[in-house]
Design a protein around this ligand. Structure first.
Ligand code: SAM
Length: 198
């Protein structure tokens, strides 16, 4: 994997930073997402952490995760999770599932949003996207620094972030083109969580 920010070097550092950014509610966000899972097979894109994978294991749900970060993928594999180190832009079709999840990562694909959602809907009839709609990069002090660090993935500065307005505008646009319906299921911390179905 290309060089990423220090936040992505190992999962403990990542969790610590995310807990600061999510004001202690980082883990809770995954619990909210997990409660929305349907069926017995989950595919998670850009998984980063294994909190959803752990929920799946506990509940006899099979889980497959994709991420480009070797540190995160190796950590997941060490716990015997079915993790694959791949750039999801390069994968034509993801492993079929009942639910396909992406959290905190859609901004990486804002230029190919329709393409990614289409691949998620080809993967599963039920799609969950949790996306931050509050950009903390401009904040002062440690929070601003952490938010900027989190933006540095694969050697690129991904300064782009959605607002609620731009996120919903792009999802509505995609829904008309790809013919899907969606609902806003939750607002949690700085994320909006939507469920999409065909
Ligand atoms: C901000 S983290 C979010 C991680 C986790 N889902 C969460 O909600 O905390 C973004 C994740 O996307 C992964 N990622 C970024 N671009 C990717 C790509 N093109 N293919 C696969 N994974 C990617 C990064 O390695 C990182 O683990």
């Amino acid at each position: 994997m290309a060089q990423s920010g220090f936040i992505y070097k190992n999962i403990q550092i990542y969790r610590l930073c995310m807990n600061l950014l999510y004001k202690g509610r980082y883990q809770e966000r995954f619990e909210v997402i997990s409660r929305l899972i349907k069926g017995t097979k989950v595919t998670e894109l850009c998984f980063g952490d294994t909190i959803i994978a752990r929920y799946c294991r506990k509940n006899n749900i099979s889980w497959k995760g994709y991420d480009t970060n070797d540190a995160f993928v190796n950590e997941a594999k060490a716990q015997n999770y079915n993790a694959e180190m791949s750039d999801i832009n390069d994968i034509e079709s993801f492993e079929k599932a009942d639910t396909c999840i992406m959290s905190g990562s859609l901004y990486h694909f804002h230029n190919s949003l329709e393409e990614i959602i289409k691949k998620m809907l080809d993967c599963a009839p039920h799609v969950i996207i949790s996306e931050p709609i509050l950009n903390l990069s401009a904040s002062r002090g440690i929070i601003g620094k952490l938010a900027k660090g989190a933006a540095n993935v694969n050697g690129g500065e991904h300064g782009f972030r959605f607002t609620e307005e731009s996120f919903l505008r792009e999802v509505i646009k995609a829904s008309k083109k790809l013919n899907f319906t969606f609902k806003v299921s939750e607002y949690h911390s700085k994320d909006i969580i939507i469920e999409i179905s065909k």
